[in-house]
Ligand binder design. Structure first.
Ligand SMILES: CC(C)(COP(=O)(O)OP(=O)(O)OC[C@H]1O[C@@H](n2cnc3c(N)ncnc32)[C@H](O)[C@@H]1OP(=O)(O)O)[C@@H](O)C(=O)NCCC(=O)NCCS
Length: 330
């Protein structure tokens, strides 16, 4: 940036916010790493996230829900919306540090809320830094309210993972399903998540993983009935990074055996990660999903990072006791 910036605390009049273009992805990726790395005080800010990535993958998943901001034609920041049916997730919102505190972050919130209006989103959420008054206050201006902590946990993958098969249980992979079965699997996913929160649908994540080769969606079956699913990223260029498996979304059907089912779903994720040669499994959980969180601790997961979930409206959504679900909204 080689021209004088408007002073911090003033509004920047010459900011344009519009859909993120493919030729801006490198700039958006750079700014995202620089912004987080600077905020977190990393010695080399752009090393944030290593070879993991979400700017490119989210843009490819839904280009019309990715937005960029420019100042006099220079790229300064981006924000993303994710459509999970009745649920909408926003972020990451990131801005070049030279432009912080001039109202540009707020400008990048506007098109996201327009997406949620257009999609008929009933419950919107985000993950942010619980210790930052600025972050909490910024999102509060748009009707998001801080609720429970969300923890990002991880554990080493056992060299000989437990097979979740046996009894009537087995697990399968979306990538193995022939084309003609995929729509019915996506329907099964939607029906399962609908029982946890009406209208919740993570089909776009299942498709993104398959189409972009980001990992695998794992299904857990009990006597032929779908009882769980987990959308997993793995390796470089995905939201996981080298050597890592990341459960972006996982859930089991609500029923009396949901607790043990949840354990079996995690067994399936670990078995998949081991077979891919990954050494760590990362998964996030909101602490309002108390039983799910406790099961993860019992299985050896430990917290690496914590933030807070902010909800719009200020209602629990699916962050409730008894809901066995993995996600972190990052
Ligand atoms: C978070 C981020 C996008 C915000 O962008 P920004 O352009 O600096 O934010 P804005 O200037 O639009 O808004 C900040 C608001 O918070 C307010 N604020 C700042 N500090 C505050 C405090 N301690 N208490 C209350 N409000 C505070 C500001 O006054 C401003 O509101 P106002 O315009 O009504 O005065 C930017 O700082 C960033 O990229 N950070 C690093 C990456 C990151 O953390 N992203 C968010 C991940 S959830």
């Amino acid at each position: 940036m080689n021209r004088p910036l408007p002073p911090a605390g003033t509004r920047s009049p010459d900011i344009a916010v519009r859909p993120l273009q493919e030729n801006e992805l490198s700039a958006a990726d750079h700014v995202m790493r620089l912004a987080f790395g600077t905020f977190l005080g990393l010695p080399e800010p752009t090393a944030f996230m290593g070879d993991a990535n979400y700017v490119r993958t989210r843009w490819r998943t839904h280009p019309a829900a990715a937005f960029g901001a420019t100042a006099d034609g220079e790229f300064v920041g981006s924000n993303f919306a994710t459509d999970w049916g009745s649920v909408g997730v926003l972020g990451p919102l990131t801005l070049h540090p030279d432009w912080w505190d001039r109202g540009v972050g707020q400008r990048l919130m506007e098109p996201i809320l327009d997406c949620f209006d257009r999609w008929g989103t009933r419950h919107a959420g985000l993950f942010t830094f619980a210790h930052s008054p600025k972050h909490i206050s910024l999102y509060q201006k748009f009707g998001f309210w801080a609720r429970f902590l969300t923890l990002i946990l991880s554990k080493p993958i056992p060299s000989e993972p437990v097979e979740p098969a046996g009894g009537g249980f087995r697990w399968t992979r979306f990538s193995e399903a022939p084309g003609y079965e995929r729509e019915s699997l996506l329907l099964g996913c939607r029906q399962l998540t609908d029982t946890l929160y009406a209208g919740l649908d993570v089909g776009s994540e299942v498709r993104a993983v398959a189409d972009q080769g980001l990992g695998e969606t794992v299904f857990l079956w009990d006597d032929g009935r779908l009882v769980g699913l987990a959308v997993c990223h793995g390796g470089p260029g995905t939201e996981a990074g080298s050597g890592v498996g990341y459960v972006k979304f996982g859930a089991v059907r609500p029923r009396p055996t949901a607790g043990p089912d949840f354990g079996r779903l995690l067994d399936a994720c670990e078995a998949w990660a081991a077979e891919r040669g990954l050494s760590r499994l990362v998964a996030g959980v909101n602490t309002a999903r108390h039983e799910a969180y406790r099961r993860m601790l019992e299985r050896g997961f430990r917290t690496d990072l914590q933030g807070v979930a902010m909800h719009r409206p200020n209602e629990p959504g699916y962050n409730q006791p008894g809901v066995y679900l993995i996600d972190d909204w990052r």
